[in-house]
Design a protein around this ligand. Sequence first.
Ligand SMILES: [Zn+2]
Length: 234
Amino acid sequence: MPLPAILSDFVSLLFPQVCLACEDVLARGEEHMCTTCRAQLPYTDYHRLPLEQNPLARRFWGRVPVQHTLSYLRFQKHGRVQHLLHQLKYRGQQEVGRVLGRWYGQELREARLHPAPDLVVPVPLHARKLAQRGYNQADSFAEGLATGLQIPWAAEALRRTTYTNSQTQKNRIQRWQNVETVFAVAQPEFIQQKHVLLVDDVLTTGATLEACAAALLAAGAAQVSIATIATADR
Ligand SMILES: [Zn+2]
């Protein structure tokens, strides 16, 4: 039963809900994010471009066949997007992933992607990292996207088999070699003949996503598309 307005006003006085992006107190009727942030987030809108004009698609040309290469937001240092990603990755705010995923998924569904994905699969964390953080930051985004797109998601379809050390000191080829063999399809029956939408929090070089896409295709996925919360310029 919904709380009477006076009671919910009292509750929000004691426990104010704040915007996930700027931390201002939300007004009545606002959910998760304030109206200003929601209007001013740097949306890429790449799903509205013809496939050949999508600048993200080029990152995978000649590497692995990808149907749609999508990212909801442009990464900006010290801005709202960095704050959102930090909340999701380091502050336990999985609501960030679910909310952004749901909004983006609804948009993608309305845009009628062709071909349309059948199943959402998150890029997995290694078990050791998962134990440290307690959750995979890609899971909540995968869950939200699946809700918005009205398709299932499979958290365990992919597995990371080797622990990779920090990749920040390596160049692109070394990074690629570093992640090349570390992903395995743990549940091939889920992905066979499916158009898989592979998701992660950020797209940078695309090396990790490329390795996952290659593993999915090798295990029988019909097609792979990619969606991330944000994309950073290389
Ligand atoms: Zn805000």
